[in-house]
Design a protein around this ligand. Structure first.
Ligand code: NAI
Length: 248
């Protein structure tokens, strides 16, 4: 087991990649605090983990509320004694529009959730990890943290921001035992992607060197490995899990 007996917090754990990260963290031995703003589905993730013999609790967390982050970190310390690992995963795609057609509102919503939400996360997680002599943070960025894609400027800007924020956390807290890395998935088979018309899916598949989209487990496996002591000399980096998408 990669992260046996570690205490791990996951944001956006009610669906898609975040749900799988929570499940894989538990399979790899961690006690998991599953968080989301969708309480019903978040609790289902916890049931799935506990039914499979893992250990998890659910707490409500809207990533745009700094006090929610502080509360879930406090819950981790109360329930499980400390916080070793955090995976800041919650995110939305936002609306697809050309840059000049985005409004202050469509811009701000994506920045608030995808970038400021990660800042509020690390801001609450770092002090708890410092109390404990260190820890590991994995921020879920995107291939769009490295390159652009038409009609999705707020998302591209937010994900580039996550990659930069990750580097700064690594620089500032590395000597105190905290590692921080970002993971950049390409197109992953979550509900949104699975519901696209077949021809759009085929086109997306062909953009990956491997000729297919990714599975949520393929992202979760990397997040678990980066969170583990096997990655003890790795910090500040961006890791694509993209089936060769960025090789073009
Ligand atoms: P999803 O839509 O399946 O799940 C996202 C989860 O985040 C949901 O449970 C949702 O309730 C939660 N969430 C949304 N807003 C929230 C908020 N304000 N506070 C707390 N939770 C909130 O999305 P998916 O695909 O699993 O994405 C997860 C992460 O992976 C996101 O950061 C996304 O940008 C990133 N990503 C996804 C890719 C994909 O192809 N699915 C590709 C690259 C990156």
């Amino acid at each position: 087991m990669l992260i046996k007996d570690k205490v791990a917090l996951v944001t956006g754990g009610a669906a898609g990649i975040g749900r799988t990260i929570a499940i894989v963290f538990a399979k790899e031995g961690a006690k998991v605090i599953v968080t989301d703003c969708n309480d019903e589905e978040g609790k289902k993730t916890v049931e799935m983990i506990n039914d499979a013999g893992g250990q998890a609790i659910y707490r409500h967390l809207d990533v745009t509320h700094p006090e929610n982050h502080e509360a879930v970190v406090a819950a981790a310390c109360e329930e499980f004694g400390r916080l070793d690992i955090a995976c800041n995963n919650a995110g939305i795609s936002g609306e697809f529009r050309l840059t000049a057609e985005h409004t202050p509102e469509t811009w701000q919503q994506v920045i608030d959730i995808n970038l400021t939400g990660v800042f509020y996360g690390v801001r609450a997680q770092i002090p708890a990890m410092l109390n404990n002599g260190g820890g590991s943070i994995v921020n879920i960025a995107s291939i769009l943290g490295q390159v652009g894609l038409e009609e999705i400027s707020p998302y591209v800007a937010a994900k580039h921001g996550v990659v930069g924020l990750t580097k700064n956390v690594a620089l500032e807290y590395g000597s105190k035992g905290i590692r921080c890395n970002s993971v950049g998935p390409a197109f992953i088979k979550t509900t949104l992607v699975n519901n696209l018309p077949k021809d759009v899916r085929s086109q997306l598949e062909s953009m990956h060197a491997l000729g297919r989209m990714g599975e949520t487990e393929e992202v979760a496996n990397l997040a678990a490995w980066l969170s583990s002591d096997r990655a003890s000399f790795i910090t500040g980096n961006y890791y694509a899990v993209d089936g060769g998408y960025l090789s073009r």
